[in-house]
Structures are given as C-alpha cells and as structure tokens.
Design a protein around this ligand. Structure first.
Ligand SMILES: Nc1ncnc2c1ncn2[C@@H]1O[C@H](COP(=O)(O)OP(=O)(O)OP(=O)(O)O)[C@@H](O)[C@H]1O
Length: 293
C-alpha cells in the first residue's frame, strides 16, 4: 500500500499557485498534514481524492498514476471533505444508505456495514433521527461513517475538528487512532494537538511547500535546545511578542512565563525547556524561506 506524490504543483485559475513541487511518500499509518490556513492542505487532499488534477507532477497509488487510472484508487478511497454537506431531513441510516448506493455497494452488504459503522461511531441510538438536528461532532461522525462505507485502504479527512468543542475534539482523536491499521489515514489540521498523539508521521506544509515529513520524535529533535521559559513582568509581554516567537504564556503570581522558540537564549535569565511538537511546528513554519508560492 503506497501513495506517492512526485513534484506536484497546482495553479488555480486566476494564477494562484496553491502548491509548488510537493513530494510525499506514504505507507500504512496515520499522517498528519499540518499547516496554517491557506497552506495548501485541502488542495493536496482534493488532488489525492481525484477531484482536481495537478498542474504538473504526478500522484501514484500502488505505482499507478491516478490521473490515468483513477478508478483503482476511487474504489478503495474514503474521503471526508472540509465542506461536508448533509441532507438535513434524512436520518443517518437513510443518508448512509443513499451514499452506499452512490458508491455502488450491494444493498444487503451496505445495510450490514451501516449497522457496524453506526455502532463503531456511537451513532446507533440516533440512527433514525434527522441529521439536521445533530451536533457538529455527531455530523462529523456521520461524515467519517460515509468515508468508511467501503472499508477504505486510503482514508483522507480534511480539517475534521473545525467547529468541534473540546470534548468532541478529544473523542474524534481517539476515533482516528482506532481507525489506524492496514490503511493509510491522512488527516489535515492547523492544530498540533489534533495529531500529536495519533500521527505516525507529520508532514509540515506552509505556503504551498512541504517543509518536512518526519516522525514526531525527529521534529522534536529539530527543536531540542531551542525552547526557553522566560519569566517576565506582564507589562513587558507586548514588546517581547514583537521581537520573539512566543508559543504561549502562562500567568503566574510572580509574572508571566513566556515559552519562546529561539536558536539562542532570549535573555540570560531564560531557562531551557523540553521541546513539544507545538514548538517544533512554530519553529519549522518560521524557518521556511520567504520566497514560496
Ligand atoms: N478554487 C480555488 N481557486 C483559486 N484559488 C484557490 C482555490 N482553492 C484554494 N485556493 C488558494 O490556494 C491556496 C491554498 O488553499 P487550500 O484551501 O488548499 O489551503 P488549506 O491549507 O486547506 O487552507 P484552509 O485550511 O484555509 O482551507 C490559498 O491561497 C487559497 O486561497
């Protein structure tokens, strides 16, 4: 099971280059596609899902070019787009049955699979209620259910945690972890904690370029010795934010503890801290060459 993007670039009508020379090789596991808004994440996913084609470069599924042979991939693809729409008047069973028919699943087999998925996604109790009344998290679970109807070898989920509350977000992370196995799961997000615990590897993307594709521990090594805690009076924070890359601030009775990513100590009083993936993400995104797309 192999997905390979080779030197993929994408220019939209109007001239915007959404992606430039993007190469990525993936095998089974969960890959987190992590990058700020507008980085090109949805463009990558739409191209893999064969909805749009690269302007140049190629994408291969198990060695076969998906532009020439899209069906081989489409049969084993599950895709949850960012703007996943539902028919609000249909209940979950009706909606999933409809999509199963569109995907060409045989009726009896589809019914069995829908029951399994409703259980897996904890939707059995609301199976016959109109989807229009579902919370954001419940709708996302219906979205994942439709993406899993064909038991996909390649599952792509685009910013699945947008609009979810913290509890739904946590539940979603656990769900993704459960879906790992003999498949490639690709999840895009701009929130590090969405992929921190579950991703086998992380692909950092910004300005249409792949910055790094690495194991989480490799990203942590890249920023080791570059993370600092600096205790400041609160009224110094604004100035420090302008001159340093501040990851976060923790308020304390004796001031504000700023977490700063920097090659050298921001101040003689600053103390080295163990790095986190959030630090690594900010460091790599800040390091990217300015001349991107
Ligand atoms: N259909 C389109 N036509 C023109 N430009 C587009 C189109 N879709 C995306 N873009 C532009 O391409 C760039 C990458 O967009 P993309 O949606 O892939 O990024 P993203 O990382 O998914 O961001 P977001 O999380 O905000 O959706 C952006 O500059 C965006 O404005």
């Amino acid at each position: 099971m192999q997905l390979q993007l080779e030197h993929v670039s994408k220019q939209y009508r109007g001239g915007v280059w959404a992606l430039r020379d993007f190469s990525l090789h993936l095998g089974p596991g969960i890959v987190g596609l992590l990058g700020p808004n507008g980085a090109g994440k949805s463009t990558v996913m739409r191209m893999i899902a064969t909805i749009t084609q690269p302007t140049s470069g190629a994408i291969a599924w198990n060695g076969a070019d998906i532009a020439r042979q899209p069906d081989a991939l489409r049969r084993v693809l599950g895709y949850l787009p960012q703007d996943f729409g539902v028919y609000p008047n249909l209940n979950a069973v009706e909606f999933l049955s409809y999509l199963a028919a569109v995907k060409g699943l045989e009726r009896k087999q589809a019914r069995r699979r829908i029951d399994e998925l409703l259980q897996l996604l904890n939707l059995s109790e609301v199976a016959y209620r109109p989807i229009g009344g579902f919370s954001g998290g419940m709708r996302q679970r219906v979205g994942i259910a439709q993406a899993l109807l064909n038991d996909p070898h390649l599952l792509i989920v685009d910013e699945p945690t947008v609009g979810l509350d913290p509890e739904e977000r946590a539940r979603f992370r656990n769900l993704i972890a459960d879906l790992a196995g003999e498949r490639i799961v690709m999840l895009s997000t701009h929130i590090v904690s969405d992929v921190e615990a579950t991703a086998t590897s992380i692909a950092l993307i910004a300005g249409g370029r792949l910055l790094r594709h690495a194991l989480p521990e490799e990203l942590l090594q890249a920023v080791a010795g570059k993370v600092w805690g600096w205790l400041l009076p609160s009224d110094a924070l604004t100035a420090v934010r302008q001159t340093h890359r501040v990851v976060n601030i923790v308020r304390r009775p004796d001031g504000a503890l700023a977490r700063i990513v920097s090659d050298s100590p921001p101040h003689p009083d600053a103390a080295a801290l163990p790095p986190s993936l959030e630090d690594a993400y900010l460091y790599c995104v800040a390091q990217r060459p300015e001349t991107t797309v």
